[in-house]
Write a protein that binds this ligand. Sequence first.
Ligand code: SAH
Length: 370
Amino acid sequence: MELIPVREGDVQCMVSKTDASLHFPPGSGQVFYNPRMVFNRDMTILMMKALQPGSYLDAMGASGIRGFRVAAECGIPVTINDHNPVAVDLITKNSRLIPGRIEVTCRDANALMHERHFHAVDLDPFGSPVPFLDAGLTSALQYLFVTATDTAPLCGAHKKAGIRRYNAIPGNTEYHSEVGLRILLGCVARKAAQYDLGINPLFCFARQHYVRLHCSIRKGAKRADTTLFNLGFVYHCYSCMYRMEEQGFFPSVPVCPYCGSKLEPIGPLWMGQTNDPLSLAAVREQIKHSALSSPLQTERLIDLLLQELPMASFYDYHHLARKIRISPAPVDSILDALQRRGYLASRVHYTGTGLKTNAPMHEILECIRV
Ligand code: SAH
């Protein structure tokens, strides 16, 4: 295995030289390191600095870079695990040069998480985190962090796979990235409730080809009930793009009040807030004390999350403009026009052409024409 040095945040270590595809099949003897996920790891560092939990498990360590950074940059005792002995060998060698308290284990992540508790548990596998959610929820005393890179099933491009894996209907709409984030949160919420646990999303976002969740976990049947109350559906009209949101566990079958088409349910989704403003403010505060790959993008993400309205779907104004065959006004003037009419309107972090508003469709279209 060819090794190269990398520097991420305050940490320097050796990683396996990645090939162009950035993917090593399991059992290839290689150790995965993806430089494109540095932003994802940066966000974990900010969250950990803000939360300061007593211990942290990097359940799928690969190169161990995430755990090393938590140990060195946040001063939190970490356990870095991987079931691949080649990875564990590399993690062990690197760990000797990293400041902080680092334990290295070579276990199946599910077995380890069923045996031991950690204040924060981080699941960052290849693809779907679903096979690890039960054990992760069992192990986490306070926080569960999850990355999902299987955005095709989550966001509706592979609908049947999405239904099988997440027990929810994704629906391929222009707000598929938001649907993906909320389907994953909904799935974590339903699993948590099975164990009498409630979840509270603290800092969750979708970016490029992944969804990242940072949630707090608390024990209690009442909290689990409250968590389930956050589930619901978006009903989407594929003819005119009208959508309606409804909280509840089972879908009704309403009709589009604008064009009379049958509305198709998307969900069950998490309908509650996807970020906690206080946690975001705490994360934002850590930016200036951290060695981040892109501080400006980080600030921009957090500011977008802070202003994003709490509804569960967004409009893509380019999409709407194409539908009515006009070239749209700039997004700021659309938002301004909607607000002047007394509606709530915000940008979204999912895409630069997205907007959220409680205005009815005909008013949105009028404002796009301005
Ligand atoms: N978290 C890493 C990337 C992880 S890649 C980072 O931030 O860079 C996924 C890793 O999970 C691989 O190294 C793989 O060996 C490991 N893995 C997959 N299934 C596992 C399991 N059941 N138990 C432990 N490790 C597992």
